[in-house]
Ligand binder design. Sequence first.
Ligand SMILES: CC(C)(COP(=O)(O)OP(=O)(O)OC[C@H]1O[C@@H](n2cnc3c(N)ncnc32)[C@H](O)[C@@H]1OP(=O)(O)O)[C@@H](O)C(=O)NCCC(=O)NCCS
Length: 180
Amino acid sequence: MAENSNLEIVSASSDQVEWIISMARKEGWNPGDNDAIAFQQADPSGYFIGLINGKPVCCVAGIKFNHIAIIGYYVVVKEHRGQGHGMRIFQLSVNYLNGYNVRVDGLLIHAPKYQNSGFKIAHVNVRYTRAVDNSTISCPFVCTASSLPFDKILQYDARFYADERKHFLAGGSMLEQQIA
Ligand SMILES: CC(C)(COP(=O)(O)OP(=O)(O)OC[C@H]1O[C@@H](n2cnc3c(N)ncnc32)[C@H](O)[C@@H]1OP(=O)(O)O)[C@@H](O)C(=O)NCCC(=O)NCCS
């Protein structure tokens, strides 16, 4: 635990956010290409990074929307695990989100940890993937999201999400690459 006392947790800069995204990739997760920018625009202070002697060792994102918030990107560098850094940075994000209805996107194996932290399982999802060749999309009702009025996308999204995600959806060039 000695190392933990040297841990300095700060709000992440843009470069540090890139490091956070790279940590997620290393874990085999597949964050969207524009996630960093979209989340940062939704909540510019929501990414946290833990440093020891200036070197990043852990991270978490606690992103506020209107009344809902999400926690993700919770990772500690392998050789620094098991020393309390994870718990410290996670707790900091929980404190940061005080007053919000918080959702954690967690791995099932970590469910008991989150339950210990006061979270309840809301649902379990299974993700399937396959490669799609864009040129094969020929449906006349399919178009790029950026060609639609933004308000329409916002209204549509609100039907499936419990909060308005204006900044998230508008984040950077996110919509330019999406298909509606
Ligand atoms: C999960 C992870 C971030 C934990 O970091 P860590 O620094 O090793 O964790 P700590 O040393 O702070 O853990 C101390 C204790 O708190 C528990 N703990 C850690 N995070 C917790 C949380 N968010 N809520 C409740 N308990 C937690 C640990 O299980 C451990 O308990 P134990 O001593 O009974 O085993 C780290 O193992 C990791 O990066 N794993 C790979 C990425 C990953 O799976 N992230 C989580 C995605 S859901």
